[in-house]
Design a protein around this ligand. Sequence first.
Ligand code: XUL
Ligand code: CO
Length: 439
Amino acid sequence: MSFFPDVPKIAYEGPTSTNPLAFRHYDANAVVAGKPMKDHFRFAVAYWHTLRGTGSDPFGPGCAIRPWEDGTDSVDMAITRTRVMFEFLQKLGVEFYCFHDRDVAPEGANLRESNANFDRVVAVLKEQQQRTGIKLLWGTSNLFSNKRYVHGAATSCNADVFAFAAAQVKKTLEVTKELGGENYVFWGGREGYSTLLNTDMKRELDHLAKFFHLAYDYKMKIGFTGQFLIEPKPKEPTTHQYDFDAAACINFLRQYNLLDKMKLNLETNHATLAGHTMMHDMVTASAAGVLGSVDANTGNLMLGWDTDQFPTDLYLTTQMMLVILDQGGLGTGGLNFDAKVRRESFEPVDLFHAHIGGMDAFARGLKIAAKMKADGVLSDFIKKRYASWDSGIGARIEAGQVTLEDLEKYMLEKGDADKNVSGRQEMLENIFNRYVETA
Ligand code: XUL
Ligand code: CO
């Protein structure tokens, strides 16, 4: 039985195709910059949006048509949904998926029941993975939807809530290991505050670090080899989230001796909510050696919230692929479409259009970025721009061979600094445009 009877396996038809259910740029096995496209991206589909999104918003209930739903939140329904997911992944030709524990299986009346529900569905997910070769990019625990998490999870003022969250993470770590998951993500759903008038920030941050250390100790104990990732976000749901952006997370990891244990999963719409471009946050993380994975979506810059739209902007995807190529790939990470179709796009086929668009935008971005890199148009300019550091006084400063006195002596003798040259931003933007148009 098929859940998408009218949708064929999505094929690559090339840039001239006008078939909306085909790829025009994503050609999974085509080699670009030394490896097949699919290995540059390691695309993943997000269970919570694609299978569990209903299109509800603060003004109205869900309106998505999902013919396979029977209106219950039963384990049987959860098992049916796994079949929908794997048919979707196979037709789309995506090799990875990601989930929260509570996306794939219903929460029970207590932790024991929830774990039992989870186990029943995980057994089916495992069969489906074995049958199809599709893999789990990452697992995570939902530590924000249940009302017990009203004050946060690891940063809750209620120690019992910390304990419940820890137990939930323990279970999801075991499941992620069982399913061969390649990473484990911590998004601090409600780890933050709405007002400092009721908040002991120092104590909450200490608890958050304790939580990560406990999880890391358990990961080592059970021999789970997946990479731990923190996902920064500046606000929403709380007024201030502790994992504000890449820089705040790196500082936190360093302060609490976690920098060698965790990397970052950066999300486009979170970076823009923090007032950064995605490229800024990616370069910040990459420079610190902690760019681990990406939640590939986009926001609507006219709105101030996390709209989780599918990425279609070639300037964005080109910039992202430039950073990924520069650091030689994402390792065990990938590009997870943490994105949802608009409420108005309520038919099942819209899920295909959305993912096809995102995959094609990244494929095109990869081709453009690879060509720019091969031609060295940005790197040659940047190298020349910093040439004063390659020899003479610059090289001696970088090598730690000079004191402030030496620099004063050097300048007293020289009289003034060498003339500056233009940064040529507009010329570089024009070059960028030329590659977007032609590559
Ligand atoms: C929330 C968000 C989450 C995480 C996983 O904004 O991005 O879906 O990716 O918990
Ligand atoms: Co995300």
